[in-house]
Design a protein around this ligand. Sequence first.
Ligand code: FAD
Ligand code: UDP
Length: 392
Amino acid sequence: MRFCVVGAGFSGAVLARVLADAGHSIVVVDERAHVAGNCHSERDARTGVMTHVYGPHIFHTSDERVWSFIQRFGTMRPYLHQVRAITGGAVYSLPVNLLTINQFFRTTMGPDDARAFIAAKAEAMAEPANFEEQALSMIGTELYEAFFRGYTRKQWGLEPTELPASILKRLPLRFNYDDRYFAHKYQAIPADGYTRIVDAMLQAPGIEVRLKTAHETLDEPFAHVFYTGPIDRYFDFTHGRLGYRTLDFEVFRKSGDYQGAAVINYCDENVPFTRITEHKHFAPWDSQEIDGTICYREFSRACGPNDIPYYPIRQAREERMLDTYVQRARATAGVSFLGRLGSYRYLDMDVTIGEALDAAQHVLACLSEGRAIPAFFVEPLQQAPAATARAA
Ligand code: FAD
Ligand code: UDP
């Protein structure tokens, strides 16, 4: 059958590839000039550094199926992500671990003493109802105010009391010197960038890719449309715009090594940006030969109509609006929604790929059994498991 996939990010590319491998023909459209969606990476023309154009992307998963799938399309090089955080004029390591605790409190505790020390600072709470309560019940006031309060207000433009506890649950608290940002079994970055991987995924008989093509400009029949763009956009924002945060990147180039690490967070609220990313550190395998360096100073703000939507803000207003769009979608024949924009959820890449693989199997089963293809393959009204799975 002939299908249309809107969006050439991981969601669209994975789905298109599995359907093509099963013998179907697929037109993949993306309004951007490149594939890979927000994971797009390209070499900076001036420095030669492989740059994560829409912000830093580190691949991490414990899902064997996802890990073997992505490796079919390119070489993944091991990369261990470590994050530094500047607060109150000093540099620490994140997520909060024994080094952070000992440096911050100027102590030399071992794991058991540190655990008891933090437990004494933490506020006992049966069920933390929001980000702030989660933080206070996990690490107490001093660490919360130094590392999380200001950064979170900058990042989300909301009071931490207005945010769900699940956002903080992405980060672990460790009473040892393990400072890996992610704890997944496989952590890697594509040797030649994400875009090469997605390009390879889309190289298959049966797949036609049309870039710089918005779905709205298409005028041809398809057996079904798989839409990985924003669900509110599909319905012309008739019920309002779902809220997102967008990011502005202030790009600067230097020679040598600017900050000595891939990512440094700036937690103080009086510093207007949230973090600086130095892209060459994501590819230590080729940065030795590269002298120049490119950095992104990252600012977060409310997403306007012409901005790129990055982080969904799932406040009560959005939940209600999403519910209306979900009902519209369920009542609309011939289209399914998936991916981070289609289901309005924060999704890491591995979860995105896993959900697209599941969706493709679901579609193939529907086709072989003569059932209708559903509007969704996951329940969009429930936040993604990824929101809490990172610390696993
Ligand atoms: P997208 O990548 O957004 O792709 C959707 C595509 O659809 C876009 O290319 C868009 O142009 C196109 N499109 C939309 N509407 C239309 C239309 N009407 N017509 C034509 N084209 C359209 N994940 C990790 O695992 N590790 C990380 O370190 C990590 N870092 C991140 C950092 C940031 C700042 C952000 C915002 C996300 C990060 N992620 C990370 C998550 C990752 O970006 C997503 O998992 C992934 O991009 C989701 O892929 P997708 O295909 O669903 O969406
Ligand atoms: N966070 C923070 N300070 C930091 C890092 C993270 O306050 O230095 C908070 C922030 O609210 C962020 C959340 O913890 O959204 C989860 O962190 P993660 O690294 O998953 O952030 P994201 O993927 O949202 O950038």
